[in-house]
Design a protein around this ligand. Structure first.
Ligand SMILES: C[S@@+](CC[C@H](N)C(=O)[O-])C[C@H]1O[C@@H](n2cnc3c(N)ncnc32)[C@H](O)[C@@H]1O
Length: 214
């Protein structure tokens, strides 16, 4: 899929709804303070980087991705600065950004522990990750047997795995929440999202994890 096609998905009705739900959840967990800076690791075409850059509390934002084409596309859309970089070796000094986010990227990185350690190293205050939930309807539809389409090769995390992942890191106050319970994203899914999240808070396809830097 080209960067243009990937970015255009966020303009489809399903993509706009899912992107919006994910952004609101991450923003709620990140809780930016006025004047803070944010780095988006595995930013792809920069959809979330731009959204956070446009948050009036954020002073400036940057994105990093290993894919040159995606990074070029993101840079062409402005609003933030971008760098081609591997999440496992970020080219920034310690504590360079107040906040670090990473949205459905760590699930494609071979060594998630090293990548998370890097995010915590370059963060001053908080990190928030968006991942794929192994215990979700989306996993049943798209994740089994190595995954289909854009999900091929992705790792789908359980809550237990995330507790283990963060336990070995200089982080505290781990918070986990999920969203996008019915992944079809149609009118019914949108209407039922809030009640379903109350009924089955761990069933969303998107699992978000935030933690403060220790
Ligand atoms: C599913 S895309 C998500 C992109 C963007 N965060 C979003 O939500 O629209 C996963 C991204 O992770 C990036 N990625 C995979 N491995 C990486 C690594 N080791 N370092 C940095 N980025 C990586 C890919 O290039 C890709 O852009």
């Amino acid at each position: 899929m080209s960067p243009e096609e990937y970015d255009a998905w966020y303009d489809t009705p399903r993509g706009a709804w899912i992107g919006g739900v994910e952004y609101l959840l991450l923003g709620d967990m990140l809780a930016p303070r006025a004047g803070e800076t944010v780095l988006d690791v595995g930013c792809g075409t920069g959809h979330f980087t731009r959204r956070f850059a446009q948050d009036r509390r954020i002073a400036w934002a940057a994105g990093a991705d290993i894919d040159l084409q995606a990074t070029r596309h993101a840079a062409g859309r402005g609003a933030a600065n971008y760098v081609v970089a591997d999440a496992r070796r970020l080219p920034f000094p310690d504590r360079s950004f107040d906040l670090v986010i990473s949205v459905t990227a760590l699930c494609f990185v071979d060594d998630a522990r090293t990548a998370l350690a890097e995010m915590l190293r370059v963060a001053r205050r908080r990190v928030a990750l968006g991942l794929l939930n192994r215990h979700s309807l989306l996993w049943l539809a798209k994740g089994r047997g190595g995954g289909r389409g854009a999900y091929r090769g992705a790792h789908w995390h359980t809550r237990r795995e995330l507790h283990h992942l963060f336990a070995a890191q200089p982080a505290h106050r781990l918070t986990l929440r999920t969203a996008v319970v019915l992944p079809g994203g149609g009118v019914l899914a949108q209407c039922l999202e809030a009640p379903l999240r109350r009924l089955a808070p761990w069933a969303g396809a998107f699992i978000a994890a935030s933690a403060d830097v220790a």
